[in-house]
Write a protein that binds this ligand. Structure first.
Ligand SMILES: Cc1cc2nc3c(=O)[nH]c(=O)nc-3n(C[C@H](O)[C@H](O)[C@H](O)COP(=O)(O)OP(=O)(O)OC[C@H]3O[C@@H](n4cnc5c(N)ncnc54)[C@H](O)[C@@H]3O)c2cc1C
Length: 461
């Protein structure tokens, strides 16, 4: 049977663009539909603008620390609209680069919404239907917004936070995941008074306990006020624009903006997948096999729409693997167990592998090595900042099961620790590696004493 195209990709974000480019370069006739700007969440309203704003926020620490190193810094001020404009210029450049790369690879871009109307058919919003040998659903995810909260329309999500007309003097952040922590941390440093509320008793569920506590303490030190164990029940917008937020414990908080960052859900609503026999999970995620293919053999999915590991490099790897398998030399397997996770707070938190608690639950014997220290820069700056490094080790084989770093530049260090874990490094390999001095990272190769030991899931030291 002849199809209009070999490969129809819905969504030109991280995963879709990679899959389309690779498929086209393997010679597949490829078409990509994008309902927004090319580039998707990562470059337009995710990783890239977020990191640019994190950089902006850290000048606050640099100015404060400079005096300890002999500098006199004059009056400083921050201009939010200038940052927003600079960010816009950069993400526009990146979006254009993505678009150009698609064109160079020979993939055709259609700038409109597409929906699935059958196992091998999609419909463009403007009317035409296109038949495709393979369809890739790479539609990503969207913020979930607590619809049960009365007046939630007066709140914003991370999508809007980058482009606010002005920096909120008082910001209420709802949520305790990495996006909530990053926004709380960066807005505080840019000058907002930040209150952060979350249902859980601590932030960053899933991360190692010492790191969660360390990040919480670092945020408290710069003035973020936490309200654990509660959520908003009602948001009123007063005539002067101020939001009056009632929390589940009955108290109220006033803020100029309320940012809801309580998670993201797959963007599959109204996509027509059910009509093509593609089952969705309760959260709207597409279920796929190890080859990233749904129950309908011609329909595939990668990235956030799978609701598994919502990170850009994962979407890209999956897009590459799928295109290589369908149209190229075959896919290289993807290692999901050594994916590093980073929280771009200040300091940064980087983690790869198992936390202390999950290792103790899964392995018969576990040794934990840890260092909690004052980073060198803080000695002269006088900053109360701490750094924490932790290795979680299989007590029987000495294989390193987890590396956890809370420190400046943890994002850069954890990438290399992830290589070591992917290679199956043992504690002896870390010990045999000569330190780079003076650095924070040298702690990782000079951890001698077992801080905690577990046997059969129970503390043994
Ligand atoms: C605030 C924030 C910070 C983040 N920070 C990081 C980080 O530091 N590091 C990291 O690795 N990840 C980060 N992420 C996650 C990362 O952005 C996502 O994991 C990644 O973008 C997922 O790629 P994707 O291809 O699955 O989806 P997306 O990049 O979201 O692309 C999906 C595309 O599909 C389009 N689309 C949807 N439906 C249709 C349709 N029916 N027709 C046509 N087009 C459609 C959308 O417009 C979008 O362009 C962050 C996310 C957020 C929100």
């Amino acid at each position: 049977m002849a199809f209009d195209v070999d490969f129809f990709v819905i969504g030109a974000g991280s995963g879709g663009v990679r899959a389309a480019r690779v498929a086209a370069s393997h010679g597949a006739k490829t078409m990509v539909a994008e309902e927004g700007r090319v580039g998707g969440t990562c470059i337009l309203r995710g990783c890239v603008p977020k990191k640019l704003y994190v950089y902006a926020s850290r000048f606050a620490d640099d100015f404060a620390d400079a005096a300890g190193f002999g500098w006199t810094v004059g009056d400083v001020s921050f201009d939010w609209p200038r940052l927003v404009a600079a960010k816009e210029k950069e993400i526009t450049r990146l979006s254009e680069a993505y678009r150009a790369n698609l064109a160079v690879a020979g993939a055709e871009l259609v700038r409109e919404r597409a929906t699935v109307v059958g196992p091998n058919r999609v419909r463009l919003a403007s009317g035409p239907e296109i038949s495709a040998r393979h369809i890739l659903v790479a539609v990503g995810s969207a913020p979930s917004v607590l619809p049960e909260v009365e007046g939630v329309a007066h709140a914003i999500t991370s999508d809007e936070a980058f482009d606010l007309a002005e920096l909120p003097q008082r910001l209420l952040v709802v949520g305790g995941g990495y996006i909530a922590v990053e926004f709380g941390s960066l807005f505080r440093r840019l000058g907002s008074q930040v209150t952060q509320v979350m249902r859980a008793p601590n932030l960053l569920r899933g991360f190692d306990e010492d790191m969660r506590n360390g990040m919480r303490d670092a945020m408290v030190r710069v003035g973020v006020k936490f309200r654990f164990g509660c959520l908003p029940t009602r948001i009123e917008k007063k005539a002067d624009g101020v939001r009056r937020v009632t929390l589940s414990d009955g108290s109220t908080v006033e803020a100029d903006q309320v940012l809801i960052a309580t998670g993201r859900l797959p963007h599959t609503k109204g996509l027509g997948l059910e009509t093509a026999g593609v089952p969705l999970s309760a959260h709207g995620a597409i279920k796929v096999d190890d080859d990233l293919t749904s129950l309908t053999p011609s329909i595939h999915a990668v990235g956030d729409v799978l609701h598994r590991v919502n990170l850009t490099p994962v979407a890209i790897r999956e897009g590459q693997a799928l295109a290589d398998r369908l149209f190229g030399p075959g896919a290289k397997p993807i290692r999901y167990d050594t994916i590093a996770h980073v929280v771009f707070g200040t300091p940064e938190l980087g983690a790869v592998g198992l936390s202390e608690r999950s290792a103790a639950e899964r392995f018969a014997k576990v040794d934990v090595y840890m260092s909690d220290f004052r980073p060198m820069r803080a000695t002269l700056s006088g900053s109360p900042e701490r750094a924490i490094m932790k290795l979680v080790v299989d007590g029987e084989t000495q294989r390193v099961l987890g590396v956890h770093i809370l420190a400046d530049h943890a994002s850069e260090m954890i990438q290399l620790a992830a290589v070591a874990l992917t290679m199956g490094a043992t504690k002896d390999d870390f010990d045999a590696t000569v330190a780079v001095h003076p650095t924070a990272a040298e702690e990782l190769v000079t951890l001698h004493d077992v801080a905690r030991r577990y046997a059969g899931g129970k503390p043994a030291l």
